[in-house]
Write a protein that binds this ligand. Structure first.
Ligand code: HEC
Length: 199
C-alpha cells in the first residue's frame, strides 16, 4: 500500500507577500526628517543657556510675566525682597536674632502711612528701636537707595502684604516724594528721628 494518499488535500501555507517599501514612503520620511531638522535648527537656540535664562524655575518665570498692576507689583516685590532684603530679614519675614528684626507684624511696616516706612530702605536705620515689643540696636544700611522708585515701592508693598501683614500698597510716587524730601545722601536715621517723622 502506498504511503501517499491521493485523496488527501494538498495544504499550501499562506505567506504575506514580501515586497520592498514603496519609494514614496522613503522619500516622504527623509523629507520629514529634513524639515524637522531645519525647524529645530531655526527655532531651538540649540539648548544655549542664554536662550532660556533667566527662567531657572517657574517662580522666576512668573515674576517676568505680564500681570495686573497689583499682582505684578507684589511678584516684583517678592523678587526684590528675595534678592536684597531676605538675607537679613528672612524669607519668612521673621527676622534673625542678632541680624535683623522681624517685618511680619512689625508696627513700622504695617503703619497707616507709608512715608516713615519708605525712609528706612532709602536712608538706613541705626541704633535702638523697638519692634514687636522687643528691643533691637543694630544698624541697617540704605539697602534701597540704589533701587529705582518702582522697585522700592514693590518691595515695600510686598512686605506690607505678606506673612499675615495687611496694609495698603506703596506707589512709586510715594517713594519719589520721600526721596525728594530727604535730599541726596541723607544720613541714616536713628529710631528716635524715624518716630519723629510723620507717618
Ligand atoms: C544687611 C542686613 C539687612 C538687609 C539686607 C536689610 N535690612 Fe532691614 N534692617 C536690618 C537691621 C539690622 C535693622 C534694625 C536696625 C536698628 O536696629 O536700628 C533693620 C530694620 C528694618 C526695618 C524696621 C524694623 C522692622 O523690623 O520693622 C524695616 C522696615 C526694614 N529693615 C526693611 C528692609 C527692607 C525693605 C530691606 C530690603 C530693601 C532691608 N530691610 C534689607 C538689616 C537689614
Amino acid at each position: 500500500m502506498s504511503a501517499e494518499n491521493p485523496a488527501a488535500p494538498t495544504v499550501t501555507e499562506s505567506a504575506a507577500p514580501r515586497s520592498a517599501a514603496p519609494m514614496w514612503i522613503i522619500v516622504v520620511t527623509l523629507l520629514l526628517l529634513f524639515l524637522g531638522g531645519y525647524y529645530f535648527d531655526q527655532h531651538s537656540g540649540w539648548f544655549n543657556a542664554k536662550v532660556y535664562a533667566p527662567y531657572a524655575n517657574a517662580e522666576k518665570l512668573n515674576s517676568f510675566q505680564p500681570q495686573s498692576g497689583e499682582t505684578q507689583r507684589i511678584a516684583r516685590g517678592k523678587f526684590v525682597y528675595d534678592s536684597v532684603c531676605g538675607i537679613c530679614h528672612g524669607a519668612d519675614g521673621l527676622g534673625k536674632p542678632g541680624q535683623a528684626p522681624p517685618l511680619a507684624a512689625s508696627e513700622m511696616v504695617i503703619c497707616k502711612g507709608v512715608s516713615r516706612l519708605a525712609h528706612i530702605p532709602l536712608a538706613g536705620l541705626n541704633g535702638p528701636i523697638k519692634v514687636c515689643g522687643k528691643d533691637w540696636s543694630l544698624s541697617m544700611a540704605a539697602m534701597g537707595a540704589a533701587l529705582p522708585d518702582e522697585d522700592v515701592a514693590a518691595v515695600l508693598t510686598y512686605i506690607r502684604t505678606s506673612w499675615g501683614n495687611q496694609a495698603g500698597p506703596v506707589t512709586a510716587d510715594d517713594v519719589k516724594k520721600v526721596r525728594a524730601d530727604m535730599g541726596r545722601n541723607a544720613p541714616a536715621l536713628t529710631g528716635v528721628q524715624l518716630l519723629n517723622l510723620p507717618e
